[in-house]
Design a protein around this ligand. Structure first.
Ligand SMILES: Nc1ncnc2c1ncn2[C@@H]1O[C@H](COP(=O)(O)OP(=O)(O)OP(=O)(O)O)[C@@H](O)[C@H]1O
Ligand SMILES: [Mg+2]
Length: 458
């Protein structure tokens, strides 16, 4: 594998996930094993390799308990291309144009960007150096050799001229490097086909057939040069980006991206329960079963045409997830069930889970809000009993109104902090705001008591 990071063991993976996700040990173990098994399967030699089934997983559990979050973090730590799709969108009435295979195309797009960014990073220093030389060329045009040859002036003089030129250049270069010229305006040629930002939309469906319309158009249209006038510091960035594009071998990028998709891609199929039969949902069952049938070959392993080439999906890891309130995993067509051999149930979150979620993860909500206010010089302090109270209210509202899991914490915190977030910096109460149980009660109790109100606000 081309990843130069070390391969994580299942324990590593769980430890890593623990930094962000509270509880759900079983699900963490399952995804850790699946990821490791994929790697193990790739190490197996000979025919047996193809016989070993992929460890696709179905995560079952109520909304907002970490299903998507686990998959997302897993992809991140595996440095793997990752997409998430909603299975139900493939059944939408009038949903035409994009078929189920589009998830693999999206995955490949993602991988191409990922590899491209890595490669750009690698050539960044070189590209910047080239950009500086170009800027110097504009500021101090080099002595033209042709002119020199036609010139009848004595050799000494030319030497002198280019020597002078060289000296000025060195002097300018030093100024450029230490940023003295940053705000100076400069005019330069930029290729008008900007590397980023411009997207040519092809005729409907072409993209889905794996044809790169943008590239075709790009090659048809002459690359126009456009004069641009910006500050030196901006020009340096723009030119460096163009130089970086030239330094990167796009074909190699695409090859590596495809390899990465095939060997380490992760697709999360959310709301898989919505395409399961059973229950009396809206929409014809045929189309739902149709989606399952469409999914089969992709999950099983097939060739998908993308604009970067053919992608084999044998080793792509699929993680399906759903609440399965109405339907059961056994309502999925048997072939598909067989392709998702591992089933894990995620648990509803408890009050003490909420306390943990609020405080422990590296990206914990309370840390996020503290960081936001810290930028305005206000320190936000949550006391222990304050945090407990927030968790208690979240649990209460979840049980009374609707259980939306940890998402409830978001809505509660926005209500709780609404005033402070608005008043800072105009009316900073003090440079330290303390939030204890009393403050939380005062702010939220009336809303919680009023069920109709909490339906809308919390
Ligand atoms: N166990 C958990 N630990 C930490 N944070 C969590 C946990 N569960 C959920 N969250 C937070 O709640 C939010 C929603 O979680 P997530 O997207 O994983 O829900 P889900 O289980 O996929 O729900 P749905 O069925 O609606 O898709 C995320 O922002 C996540 O950070
Ligand atoms: Mg989800």
């Amino acid at each position: 594998m081309s990843l130069n990071k070390k391969e994580f063991t299942p324990t590593d993976i769980v430890n890593e996930l623990n930094k962000y996700i509270i509880g759900q040990t079983e699900a963490k173990r399952a995804v850790a094993i699946a990821l490791r098994n994929r790697w193990r399967r790739q190490q197996v030699k000979g025919v047996l390799k193809d016989e070993i089934m992929p460890n696709n997983i179905i995560l079952i559990g109520p909304t907002g308990v970490g299903k998507t979050e686990i998959a997302r973090r897993l992809a991140k730590l595996a440095n793997a291309p990752f997409v998430k799709v909603e299975a139900s969108k493939f059944t939408e009435v009038g949903y035409v144009g994009r078929d189920v295979e589009s998830m693999i195309r999206d995955l490949t797009d993602y991988a191409v960007n990922m590899v491209k960014m890595e490669k750009t990073e690698q050539v960044q220093a070189k590209a910047l150096a080239l950009a500086e030389e170009k800027i110097l060329d504009i500021l101090i045009p080099p002595v033209k050799k042709a002119q020199v040859q036609n010139n009848v002036s004595p050799e000494e003089e030319t030497n002198n001229e280019s020597f002078q030129n060289q000296k000025t250049r060195e002097w300018m270069k030093a100024k450029l490097k230490n940023g003295e010229l940053n705000d100076k305006m400069i005019e330069f040629d930029a290729s008008s086909q900007n590397a980023i930002g411009m997207q040519v939309l092809g005729p409907f469906g072409l993209d889905d057939m794996g044809i790169n319309f943008q590239e075709i158009m790009g090659n048809l249209m002459p690359k126009k040069k456009k004069k641009r006038k910006t500050t030196v510091s901006e020009a340096r960035q723009i030119i460096a980006q163009e130089e970086a594009q030239k330094l990167i071998d796009m074909e190699a990028v695409q090859r590596e991206a495809i390899e990465r998709v095939e060997n380490s891609g992760i697709v999360v199929i959310d709301e898989i329960d919505k395409v399961a039969g059973g229950g009396k949902g809206q929409g014809p069952d045929v189309s739902r079963e149709g989606v399952q049938r469409d999914l089969l070959p992709i999950v099983e392993g097939t060739n998908v045409n993308t604009k970067y080439g053919v992608v084999r999906t044998d080793h792509v890891l699929f993680i399906a997830s759903g609440a399965f309130h109405v339907s059961k995993p056994s309502d999925l067509i048997p072939e598909l069930q067989g392709r998702f051999p591992i089933r894990v149930e995620l648990k509803s979150l408890t009050e003490s889970d909420f306390v943990q979620i609020l405080t422990a993860p590296q990206n914990a909500l309370l840390k996020q809000y503290s960081a936001l206010l810290e930028t305005e010089g206000v320190t936000l302090e949550f006391t222990k009993d304050g945090i407990k109270e927030i968790a208690r209210i979240a649990t209460e509202v979840n049980s009374q109104v609707e259980n939306i899991g940890a998402r409830r914490l978001h809505t509660i915190l926005t209500s709780l902090l609404d005033e402070i977030l608005f008043d800072v910096p105009d009316k900073i109460p003090s440079d330290k705001v303390k939030i204890n149980a009393k403050v939380v009660k005062e702010k939220l109790d009336s809303i919680v008591k009023d069920r109709d109100l909490s339906k809308y606000i919390l």
